[in-house]
Design a protein around this ligand. Sequence first.
Ligand code: SF4
Length: 256
Amino acid sequence: MGKRRQIDAGGEAALPTTEGTAVRFQSPSAAPASQQVGKRADGREGVDVPPLERLVAEIRRCRVCRDAPSGLPLPHEPRPVLQAHASARVLVSGQAPGTRVHASGRPFTDPSGERLRDWMAVTEEEFYDSRRVAVVPMGFCFPGLDAKGGDLPPRRECAPLWRARVLGAMPEVELILLVGQYTQRWHTKNAGIRHGNLTERVADWREMLKATGGAGPRMLPLPHPSWRNNSWLRANPWFAAELLPWLQAEIRRLIR
Ligand code: SF4
């Protein structure tokens, strides 16, 4: 049984910050009734559907970035991609789907995913077992490409709308892998931790593990496993020599 966050009567889990406030992770049970109506993958509707399953079903129907965007609408049909289960003890927090993941509808079905699974030392079968590993990016839909052909940042509408509710519905999560700058910024800000640059954030991984985990999951910052970070990986051999062995041992403990 993993470490549980304290859920109060209002259905919220609190993560303390050093700013004297608490980040409230609202569980789906506290969401308005209109937000709890859902349909199972098999088409059945009913009260026996677990809250997280209802929430994920609701997310899969989300069209906010097409119908009510905060800026320009998505240039394509939204296709939310995530993987979540209430028993997952490891959570991979990435950025947003790229073109390949948008096409497959499955997280990390690309070379970055292959490298991430290598870093974690898990098989595809283990990685895609949502009871063990959850994948909850900052933006659930492919945000489109910029003028140079690179991925746009995660849609800003997504995290405020969904993130706390999804995280609050997974009380068994013990370790969150913060993959890339957007999720690192969101989580370090919420936890009151200095952000720094990529090298500073990842080099301070032991400190971040210590600074988090008191009332919630521990957090481990990772560079994005994209080929764009090959030179960073070459320049920072301690990442493979020190961080990855710890990560792999911890993942093995958590998903066994
Ligand atoms: S990116 Fe998030 S908020 Fe936007 S349509 Fe997709 S699921 Fe909805």
